[in-house]
Ligand binder design. Structure first.
Ligand SMILES: [Zn+2]
Ligand SMILES: [Zn+2]
Length: 722
């Protein structure tokens, strides 16, 4: 028999394909099981790389074990894997692993068996008669049959053994498909115009980037759902990416109202069985619309006519470890591969997107556009924002103007929201006797006191220990002091100031269960809570009609540390939080406490001038050659031994290419110099736009051999600088 050599990509963190022998040619995309060392792995037949040095190693060839009964991985997804590998420098196999995220879904599902009337005859007891009576033409699941007949499952089982019942596989229940022909909600003239522009982009079926910008409540979702309808009507599929936090019941209700059926959902809360079924359904082309968090980008969906990235500015689209992709940027690549438009929706678009689409007056890049939705008629775009200068104040976390504002809102029967982006009770615990600060044993970070749990927690690695009675350093009793505020401490202060008020906390870990969070949001919406205190989870999309006062307890928090996007992120977050106030009948008011009332971000917020803030940020980035006017890459070297890590980092720096337009900064100990027990050094590579940064990095780093237990993480276009 003629044997063929097939290249196979395996979901392991290696940057190469492996050759195997097969009985005949296997087309690329075929899912196969192959031996790999002592193991057996499931991989995908790949196109052979053009040159062996690009990742094909000859070896003693072993044979493909079997071909799995799974749909082939679409060509578009294989090309996405190739492109993401090139852009992120992640090992090829690690990118494939993002696609093969549910290995169990590669095996055909166990058929569900139902029973119908069997050929045999036997004595019929009363119970058996009942079973035969309820049995109709279509087979029933055993449990269902027993339930309808009102008999025990043993009766049904016994009848099957006797041949009175016949087991037959039941078809997989097909969920209803979204129906684009249903009529959508009435759109305002501005919405209708924007929707028409998006529909035209869908009709052109070319790669394009469209920014859909509008204040919260301007109706962006309704607009892009019309484009979804158009793509479905043309027989194309649709992918919608949302930050996990924005994938709310309210969003899904809107989708179902428009299309009469839910989309296929993809997020971290799915159970294993649902995950397996959903992945398989998508791979078999039975899910016209997929909606999910960033990892949904790597689902084996093809035939896309539209991609939507909602809240495109959200930093949760960026993955900081493993394959360091940015889902928005990868979605743009996906749009090119699928030849379809990508809609980027946001109230506060990223500087990158604003510049790309010419929204700030720069020449727009080819095949981009911007649609600006005005606030709905009669709605103020933003409530009045006032700055409270904290420089002359000491002591309490809430300034007199904010306390007065709270009292006034409560007296008027209105609700207030206090925003502090810090979980727990206090960010630092120190000993008054000896000055010792309680730190994490695995990270260079302080332990955060969580009084409700009576524990100290590391927010970086998850380490926790009980709240100690005495100082672990000097042994002094009752000497430990909580320094700085967290939301729990704020709640304590509010309870002291306003003993009558109904105060609740909402953070990413509290309440713990999604059902409790939903109940809390309902209580807030119905007015059963007076003061809601929360971290950034409260900033997104909620509609609380009775909420008129928003207090930002520490407006400067995001500005500290000063990484590249500090000002941008702070503005976006505070703008979103501010937008929660006054969404009902009564006007809203926002108080931002700050030690930096002259900071450009604060001034722009106080004036409600979003464009001015963005232009200022754009100008600064342009002057310093920062993204999008240049590119960055972070190289993070880590390992358990500090001196080995430092030596490896220096060796990498010494090998750096000397190229016009490329600068290497560092190595230097990372701000988080110890993380999860690993010492960390960072290098920052800065490149002018004309430099092909990923290609330069590849040529530089490929020959580097790292000492044992030292790892190098390459983060092209980093968002974290810790
Ligand atoms: Zn002490
Ligand atoms: Zn830690």
């Amino acid at each position: 028999m003629a044997e063929t050599i097939v290249p196979v990509l395996l979901p392991v963190p290696l940057d190469q394909v492996f050759d195997y022998l097969a009985d005949g040619p296997l087309p690329p995309g075929t899912v196969v099981e192959v031996p790999f060392g002592p193991r057996r792995l499931i991989g995908v037949v790949w196109e052979a790389p053009p040159r062996p040095e690009e990742g094909r190693r000859p070896a003693r060839l072993r044979a493909v074990q079997r071909r799995l009964d799974a749909p082939p991985l679409p060509d578009q997804i294989r090309r996405l894997v190739d492109r993401v590998r090139l852009e992120t420098l992640a090992p090829w196999g690690a990118v494939l692993k993002l696609v093969l995220s549910v290995p169990a879904a590669l095996e055909p599902p166990e058929p569900r068996l139902g029973y119908r009337l069997g050929p045999a005859e036997a004595r019929l007891t009363a119970a058996r008669k009942k079973v035969l009576e309820v049995l109709g033409d279509s087979p029933l699941l055993p449990a269902e049959l027993a339930r309808r007949a009102g008999v025990g499952s043993a009766v049904v089982r016994g009848m099957a053994e006797l041949g009175l019942l016949d087991a037959v596989p039941l078809p997989e229940p097909e969920p209803p498909a979204p129906d684009p022909a249903r009529s959508g909600p009435a759109l305002s003239p501005a919405q209708a115009e924007a929707a028409a522009a998006l529909e035209a982009a869908v009709d052109r079926a070319e790669p394009a980037v469209v920014l859909l910008e509008g204040v919260p409540g301007a109706g962006k979702t309704e607009v892009y759902l019309e484009a979804v309808a158009r793509a479905l009507a043309r027989g194309r599929r649709v992918l919608v990416l949302l930050p996990e936090i924005a994938l709310s019941p309210a969003w899904l209700a809107r989708f179902e109202a428009r299309f009469g059926a839910p989309p296929a959902l993809w997020h971290s809360e799915l159970t294993g069985a649902v995950r397996r079924r959903t992945w398989r359904r998508i791979a078999e082309g039975r899910a016209p619309v997929v909606v999910g968090a960033r990892s949904a980008l790597f689902l084996p969906q093809s035939g896309l006519g539209l991609i939507v990235v909602d809240e495109e500015h959200d930093s949760s689209f960026k993955q900081d470890d493993g394959v360091t992709y940015h889902a928005r940027d990868a979605a743009l690549i996906r749009g090119e591969i699928e030849s379809c438009p990508v809609v980027l929706a946001s109230a506060t678009p990223s500087i990158e997107t604003l510049v790309r689409t010419g929204a700030l007056g720069d020449p727009p890049q080819p095949r981009t556009g911007r649609l600006l939705l005005p606030a709905r008629h009669g709605e103020a775009p933003l409530p009045r924002i006032e700055l409270v200068d904290l420089r002359a104040r000491r002591g309490a976390w809430l300034s007199p103007p904010l306390v007065q504002g709270l009292e006034a809102a409560l007296a008027a029967g209105e609700q207030a929201l206090l925003f502090l982006n810090r979980r727990g009770y206090a960010p630092l615990t120190l000993c008054r006797a000896c000055g010792h600060r309680l730190g994490c044993p695995n990270c260079s970070a302080w332990l955060v006191s969580h009084r409700l749990r009576r524990r100290l927690l590391c927010h970086h690695c998850g380490y926790s220990e009980p709240q100690p009675e005495h100082c672990p350093h000097c042994g002094a009793v009752d000497s430990l002091h909580a320094a700085g505020p967290g939301v729990e401490r704020l709640a304590e202060e509010v309870a002291g100031l306003l003993p009558e008020a109904r105060v609740r906390l909402l953070t990413s870990d509290q309440p713990a269960r999604p059902s409790e969070v939903a109940a809390l949001l309902d209580d807030m919406a119905s007015g059963a809570i007076d003061v809601l205190i929360g971290t950034q989870i409260v900033a997104k999309g909620h509609h609380f009609p009775g909420l008129t006062l928003v207090g930002v307890v520490d407006g400067d928090m995001g500005l500290a540390g000063g990484d590249l996007r500090a000002a941008e992120r702070t503005f976006q977050l505070l703008y979103q939080v501010a937008g929660r106030a006054g969404r009902g009948a009564r006007p809203g008011r926002v108080l931002i406490q700050t030690h930096m009332p002259d900071h450009p971000v604060m001034l722009a917020l106080a004036r409600g001038d979003k464009d001015a803030a963005c232009r200022l940020e754009r100008d600064e980035r342009r002057l310093s050659g920062m993204p999008p006017f240049g590119r960055l890459a972070a190289l993070i070297v880590s390992g358990p031994d500090a001196s080995r890590v430092a030596e490896a980092a220096r060796a990498i720096a010494r090998a750096a290419p000397v190229v016009e337009g490329l600068t290497v900064l560092g190595p230097a100990p990372a701000p988080l110099a110890l993380l999860r027990g690993r010492h960390r050094e960072r290098l920052l590579v800065k490149a002018r736009p004309e430099v092909d940064l990923p290609a330069r990095l590849r040529a530089w780093l490929r020959p580097i051999r790292l000492p044992a237990r030292v790892r190098l993480l390459v983060d092209v276009d980093p968002y974290s600088f810790l």
